[in-house]
Design a protein around this ligand. Sequence first.
Ligand SMILES: *Cc1c(COP(=O)(O)O)cnc(C)c1O
Ligand SMILES: [Zn+2]
Length: 376
Amino acid sequence: MMNFALMCGRCRKKISLSQPAWRCSCGSLLDIQMEKEPDFRFLPGNRQGIWRYRAFLPVDREENIVSLGEGNTPLVSLDLNGRSFQVKMEQCSPTGSFKDRGAAVLISKAKEQGIRKVVEDSSGNAGCAMAAYAARAGMECRVYVPEATSPAKLVQMRAYGAQIVLVPGSRQQAADAALAAAGSGYYASHSWNPLFFQGTKTIAYELFEQLGHTAPDVLVLPAGNGTLLLGAWIGFKELIRAGAIPRLPRIYAVQSSQCSPLLAAQIQNRWPPQDFIPKQTIAEGIAVASPVRGCQILDAVRESGGEVVAVEEKEIRSAILALGAQGYFVEPTAAVSIAGVGRISPALQPEERIVSVFSGHGLKASNAIAAILDEA
Ligand SMILES: *Cc1c(COP(=O)(O)O)cnc(C)c1O
Ligand SMILES: [Zn+2]
């Protein structure tokens, strides 16, 4: 199948997807180009989850698909602070976060490419997802995690049989350690490896179908490395190319104000931002000080007519309490986007349709949530 190719954003080199490349030989990021646009007229009626869109995913052979039942998450309505909006329940994914979409496609393609061993770095959920899919595929998996990672996420990775390397210091230091080790295995990085975004783009396809073949007006998403945000951007752009929707939803990227390099860049109008110093946040899943695709995230937000916003720790805590009171239990990082809806919605028109996500399950961070409850 020649429908997909790897393409370097800087030197424009094209690389065949039969090769397991996660970065261009010039050192730059690779993206995946899909030559044909998605045609939603001939989707298999009897197939659910992300592989329903198999014709638009870069895995050639059915037998290489590694699946745990990812995708097909419910879209629920929520009323918060006098505003109604819809939320995609990504915490219902097999490992408890949306990262399963990306890991399923990345590991399936790695299997197709004959890879036996993968290396990843993660603040938790990407490591859990990669470990689970690697286990399902019978691959070895090593994950570099920052020392401060939630214990529940470490237990989850261990249960899937992953080798865990605790790296003292920041999230960035874990990434550097993984990069240094990637020579001895395939770097299944969710931020570098473009295959991951081919998985996360299915959230756009699902929303399109769940909303009766339309797109939302406003999409409010968390942004650390931007893997969900860029996936949604890719998916909706493909739908535009296919003539299925007229325009992109306005994409709002929500960060923690303790670690908001994208907001700093938006204000300074330059990437990377100058004099940016990250601070500690309870939103461990988006504590990313220098996202490798930062420039792309800003492009996506700008092109869509959206904005980067940041929420304070106390807004994240309030969102957790408000969601719990409505029966939803999500981890602090997932409460960030809901707090973001609270920030953004006063400036929106009442008829505009807003969609956000519950990006990760509360059971992954029950210690951190216990501390929030004790304080409240
Ligand atoms: C990974 C993650 C995010 C942020 O996603 P990025 O791809 O880093 O932007 C948000 N919430 C949860 C629960 C996550 O696991
Ligand atoms: Zn290049």
